[in-house]
Unconditional design. Sequence first.
Length: 343
Amino acid sequence: MKKILFFIIFSVIKASALPTVAIFTTGGTISEKTDPKTNDSIPALSGEELIANVPELNKIANIKLIDFCNLDSSQMSPEIWANLSKKVDETLKDPKIVGAVITHGTDTMAEAAFFLELTLKTDKPVVFTGAMKNSSDPYFDGPANILNAVFQVISNKSKNWGVTVNLNQYINSARYVEKTNTTNMQTFESGEKGYLGYINDGIVYRFNDRLYKQKFNIPEKLPKVILYADYSGADGSLLKAAVDSKVDGIVIESFGSGNVNADVYENIKYAISKQIAVVITTRVLYGNVFPIYGDKGGGKELEKIGAIVRGNLRGPKARLLLMLTLPLVEKNHKKLNKYFSVP
């Protein structure tokens, strides 16, 4: 009896000495398994079942589990991320919780992480992770990724990184991370900006700091912003249709350093005449957009008619930034330049 009592007391003391980490589950491949009848990957694991796959967690942290949702990340939206951001902030107000891990599908993880990076008020570490293989796969990478994400949260070497993405041992900044491969585990990269760090055997190796920090309040209603990808021979009709559908903003994935053809240029001018904000990004993998070229549709001419030709965010992330900044400038769209000028 005394041995049992001692064991119970020892376990309580040991648990109280461990840090507490919140884990939010939102679905994605990490929460899926293969249906034996159809061979399809389908949502299957609850948060408890997912965490049960990582018994090592009990040795390093107390876990507060929040089953937020169970969606494939192709079904996610900025509105869902807005609610997630608020829930994470609310949870991390608890002084006993040192940070959060968010399990999420990889298809839109880079966008989700960036949205929370822009909107979270907490300074505590928030780490997105997921899996490229589901729980039925012999190479299921979910448990190792969750364990590494928790190790990152509790490490003193990962302070002031803001929101990050941690998969396959590499740590990426939410601002620059992109999914670069459809099926390979080493899918998340930050291109020329580089990784923030690497994790091995529970140790975080810090390579870089977070260089830029932007924070915005979540508006009561997010503006309607669409993404238009330019292509050779485009006549701009799809762009005009978007304008006529009463959108609030348009992000253009342009050629090169920020250029479009003459027909698309005319429809951008039409959009701006309707008081619609237009932000120019590029479909090129790396580099900023610049107002350089002066021909019809060149970046210099686009800037002259009122388009925002600044920064190095690619289309999906530029769209999120525009959704959060449009309410701050009302119809004075020139003021958007300062929000998009982060290199």
